[in-house]
Ligand binder design. Structure first.
Ligand SMILES: *Cc1c(COP(=O)(O)O)cnc(C)c1O
Length: 404
């Protein structure tokens, strides 16, 4: 029997459009790459991106900066995080999230997740109570959105300051409300593997004028805050500009220029991602031993990646499952691995943070697999890769008498 082989790279994004390339070329022709290097009352590309993103997000203010990790860090600072203060966050997230808490001087307290890969709200209530933490940095990891109605009740009861990490939920919604519009502020990534691609980049949105004035000064705006596209009135800065340090992390005009045309295609791309997601979801749902996270009706997600679980799989079998898929061209990530690999790691590898016991979530992660879905995959590619995964699951689970 000749086996099906998948031959597309999992890390290949779509090309930057000609419109975006032309916009970038135009910036280079002027030589005015720095966001404050504008002439007369010319609005810089970075400022226009801020206006357009604020508009898209339906928020009053927006700041463009160097990365989402940087955005999270200055957001915590601007929200008033004190040195050594606790910040509640998801145990299932990417390394830049605990990293941002650390760089802002805080200490992460990990909240467990449930089988649908979102925060365990009982654990949140318990840890908010026992720690007295003021901050919740909610990471919508891999685009899974917790029940925001229930979450907001807890946020109010416990008087938490909510910051959303929307690296995977740019364009997503809970009910009618965009992900990112629930708390004090939200951070987005424009790193190559997220929903817009400028190589690196971050966006912060908020409706709070004083908070936003602080983030703008923190981002390194010197006294050019009036040259921002979606910023509070100048009066708001009068004290803040002198009391806030400069942590230099501005976005440049070149990146902003290639992001603006991409933003116009985001809604269309979300539909394209979701078609791909649903093909794989439907196929994998039929495979015995595989469990897909439930996606509630209120959640309008962006299927730019897909996760599935094989509950009870042993570490040896999981490693073998990954290896067999890899040989057939399917790159699967595993959050249960003892060793951090590539972009994937888990809380046990973040040894600069005091060890925390997260047994329930560790069990979930031990059987959790993850695939990126770049838009360079066709619908047929998605169908083919689901077939390969299905065969590998069957082989892996039938090999030996028991899963364990
Ligand atoms: C990528 C990512 C970040 C950080 O984004 P960068 O722009 O690379 O700093 C934060 N949170 C999550 C969940 C991410 O996936």
């Amino acid at each position: 029997m000749t086996r099906k082989i998948f031959s597309r790279p999992f890390t290949q994004q779509e090309a930057i459009s000609q419109e975006a390339i032309d916009a970038a070329t135009e910036v280079m022709r002027t030589g005015r790459l720095h966001r404050y290097n504008s002439i007369e009352d010319e609005l810089s590309q970075a400022s226009m991106l801020e206006q357009e993103y604020a508009n898209f997000q339906d928020s009053r203010y927006c700041l463009a900066c160097t990365s989402c990790g940087y955005a999270l860090s200055i957001t915590l600072k601007a929200a008033g995080l004190e040195p050594e203060e606790y910040v509640l966050t998801n145990m299932y997230t990417l390394a830049p999230v605990p990293g941002a808490i650390s760089s802002a001087g805080g200490r992460a307290i990990f909240v467990e997740i449930n089988e649908n890969l979102v925060l365990d709200l009982d654990d949140l209530v318990q840890k908010a109570t026992s720690s007295g933490a003021r901050f919740l940095l909610l990471s919508h990891m891999r685009g899974h959105i917790v029940d925001m109605n229930k979450l907001m009740r807890i946020v109010q009861e416990k008087n938490l300051i909510l910051i959303e990490d929307c690296a995977h939920t740019m364009g997503a919604k809970w009910g009618q409300k965009k992900s990112g519009n629930f708390g004090l502020a939200s951070c987005f990534s424009t790193q190559t593997y997220k929903h817009l691609n400028s190589g690196e980049g971050g966006l912060i949105t908020s409706d709070n004028s004083e908070f936003m004035a602080r983030t703008i000064i923190l981002s390194g705006s010197y006294m050019f805050y009036e040259r921002h596209g979606a910023a509070p009135e100048a009066e708001v800065f009068s004290e803040i500009r002198l009391q806030t340090p400069n942590y230099s992390g501005r976005m440049d005009n070149l990146r902003a220029a290639i992001l603006r045309p991409q933003l116009k295609s985001l809604e269309k791309n979300i539909e394209r991602w979701n078609k791909r997601y649903q093909i794989i979801e439907q196929k994998l749902q039929k495979v015995t031993g595989v469990v897909l996270p439930e996606r509630p009706e209120e959640e309008y997600y962006v299927g730019s990646s897909i996760q599935f679980r094989i509950p009870g799989i042993s570490n040896t079998k999981a490693a073998k499952f990954i290896e067999t898929n890899k040989q057939l061209g399917v790159e699967i990530k595993w959050f249960g691995s003892d060793e951090p690999t590539g972009f994937t790691s888990n809380h046990k590898s973040w040894k600069y943070i005091e060890h925390q016991n997260l047994g329930n979530s560790d069990t979930i992660l031990a059987g959790l697999f993850d695939l990126r879905l770049p838009l360079t995959f066709s619908l047929n590619d998605c169908s083919l890769l689901s077939d390969i995964i299905s065969e590998c699951v069957q082989e892996c689970l039938s090999d030996g008498s028991k899963v364990n």
